[in-house]
Design a protein around this ligand. Sequence first.
Ligand code: HEC
Ligand code: HEC
Length: 389
Amino acid sequence: MRLRIAIAAVLLGLAAAMPARGDPAAVDAAALARIARPPLGLPPVPLPADNPPSAAKIDLGRKLFFDRRLSHNGTMSCAMCHVPEQGFTNNELATPIGVEGRGLRRNAPTILNIAYQKRLFHDGRETALETQVISPLLASDEMANPSIGYVIAKIAALPDYAGLFERAFGAGPTIGRLGQAIASWERGLLAADAPFDRWYYGGEAGALSERQRQGYDLFIGKAGCARCHLIGERAALFTDGAFHNTGLGYHADEVVARTTAPVPVEIAPGRTVMLDRAAVESVGLPPRTDLGRHEVTLDPADLWRFKTPSLRNVALTAPYMHDGSLRSLDAVVRFYDRGAVPHEALDPMIRPLGLGEDEVAALVAFLESLTSADIAALIADARSAPVGN
Ligand code: HEC
Ligand code: HEC
């Protein structure tokens, strides 16, 4: 009897020490565990020496990420363009809408597995997660704050942030610490252990269907995808971290922007009418050019080059490409099959592929095998953020 009570007491004690899923402590512990030991298929997480992760930083970063009060007029949080339920991007809009309805020029990338990206943004203009946050906080079409000092003063005055920066850093809010907290949270968003990983790295022969295996063969063979979307021996990020010209930027700037032909306008789902181009541009924003990597380096060779995105979880992150112009994986595969947009600066690794219908379907099926088994847990963990707004 006494023993039974003792065992029960030990079990109760254990249960109390291991908080239930959804509890901030459990969520932070899970994120720290992922960072220390990434899921199957991912390499070790690079960590900056001056910002090692901690539970308190991750907790604070998650709260900041979901806080709409970080935008000038209190309407826009980071999570509204990087929506957990939409692959940590935005599935509805080719290019997102920021504060006061201002449209952005580029598609919002997913922040899943962002810990591995050495260059951030489609043009790679930023190199550290810690400093990347400054750009959306200030961009007039994103969160539109007048200055960094303004954001920090605002956070410092919010009662629900009292003591949180001190707990994480031993000192009060600054932009550096805000960036370190959000970056620490983002680094825990590791999503792999997909059917592909279990098949390729885990030796589970049945994890991929026959069609997906056919897609893999095409991916590394005839279709040449793995020349830029790399698969390593022990881990795969499905990107070379480099910049390539697939012709989409060229097409928008040199072909579409110079034509006077009528434009198709979707007036209701599935109902398109052709309208006079000048009339459309008189009510909308004029087309904005996007020179890609060239805008950062000013090197003519970088014109219309964009960063190779990872393809992990790509089935969840439509629409695709830097401008969100391709709506489905089927459309992306057919785009490559046509040889993308042929022009003189097209990347030499891109050429017409001559795929059959079954080969297109197999490549799409392979891309669908890259969806992590951990997505539901990552969404639930993200949404457990205390929302004080
Ligand atoms: C209005 C929509 C919007 C908001 C709000 C927003 N982002 Fe983004 N985010 C984007 C877009 C669009 C890009 C790509 C921009 C580019 O390449 O020039 C991006 C890029 C990023 C990237 C780089 C991804 C990559 O693959 O290179 C990170 C990280 C990121 N955002 C995090 C954040 C954080 C943190 C916040 C809040 C402080 C935030 N975003 C707020 C739309 C948004
Ligand atoms: C020359 C290098 C290169 C090759 C070869 C290549 N890609 Fe890409 N891929 C890129 C770049 C660069 C982008 C981003 C283009 C942009 O943003 O406009 C991209 C974008 C994508 C995207 C969109 C991802 C997203 O999140 O928007 C998918 C899907 C994709 N590629 C699949 C493939 C497949 C399938 C193949 C083989 C048929 C392939 N790629 C071959 C470089 C390449």
